[in-house]
Design a protein around this ligand. Structure first.
Ligand code: FES
Length: 280
């Protein structure tokens, strides 16, 4: 017996928005009865192009019904641009979570939504455009790649939980392994570089570095605009300065201090530096 949340049980026992909309603006169908679950989602837009109504028909287990019901509740009132950002994680989150083995139900919901929006726009998502990786469940490389990316999947077993691919004869496992490796490599490359940790400075080193940064990065830039800056004192991470020349009566001197001087000192000295102006 699966460990379902109360919200999953509620949406399974009292599903919202069951049925099909007459003259829908968009309709999307995913899954197949042969594979154990299928979902048909239809929606209607209002004058503002927001989803006025959404209904579903599904064939599947308790979590497929609950996920479809949750999806219709989530997207009502949204524009299509907002709705296309709804992820399978949002559907599972709305339900207070799903057992990992049942996450494919939330993925099916998101796919039905993609298909319905594409249908509204006159596009068609056809599996023929993609390689079918898992023949047992008719799952394409596009679906597997999307599930790996959106859910940070790491193993073939997880791919099966989220897409069903690999849950039959197992012939597709090497291909799934290959997709996992290539997508995870791409994701690693896309990660923003981790900032090199600034090394801990002694007081003398910090003072020297502040003076150097002022002289090299900050003073020349201010002078080129007719201004200048004097270092008055340093107390821990607090740096007291006085603005000179044009900078001393500039109405945006506070912005110069915080967004230029302080940012530069944080970049070259320490993230904890705070700059304060000493006025005569
Ligand atoms: S081809 Fe994927 S499980 Fe059979």
């Amino acid at each position: 017996m699966w460990d379902y949340t109360d919200k999953v049980k509620d949406h399974f026992l009292n599903p919202r928005n069951v049925g099909e909309i007459e003259n829908p603006d968009g309709i999307g169908e995913v899954g197949s009865l042969a594979c154990g679950d299928a979902l048909r989602l239809s929606f209607k837009l209002d004058d503002q192009k927001r989803i006025k109504d959404a209904k579903f028909k599904t064939f599947g287990c308790a979590s497929a019904i609950a996920s479809s019901s949750a999806l219709t509740e989530i997207i009502k009132g949204m524009t299509l641009e907002e709705a296309e950002k709804v992820s399978n994680q949002d559907i599972a989150g709305f339900l207070g979570g799903l057992p990992e083995e049942k996450m494919h139900c939330s993925v099916m919901g998101r796919e039905a939504l993609d298909a319905a929006i594409a249908n509204y726009r006159g596009q068609k998502i056809t599996k023929e455009e993609f390689e079918i990786v898992c023949k047992c469940f008719g799952v394409s490389d596009r679906e597997i790649i999307k599930a790996i990316r959106e859910n940070g999947l790491k193993t073939v077993e997880q791919v099966t939980y989220y897409t069903k691919a690999g849950g039959g004869c197992g012939h597709c496992h090497p291909k799934i392994e290959g997709l996992l490796a290539s997508v995870r490599e791409e994701m690693e490359k896309e990660k923003p570089p981790v900032k090199a940790e600034k090394k801990k400075l002694t007081n003398i080193q910090k003072i020297k570095l502040i003076e150097e940064t002022l002289g090299r990065e900050i003073v020349p830039a201010l002078k080129s605009d007719g201004g200048d800056i004097d270092l008055i004192d340093i107390d821990g991470n607090k740096v007291y300065v006085a603005l000179r020349g044009k900078c001393s009566f500039c109405p945006s001197s506070e912005v110069t201090l915080k967004q230029y001087v302080e940012t530069k000192l944080k970049e070259f000295v320490s993230d904890e530096i705070e700059v304060e102006e000493v006025r005569p």
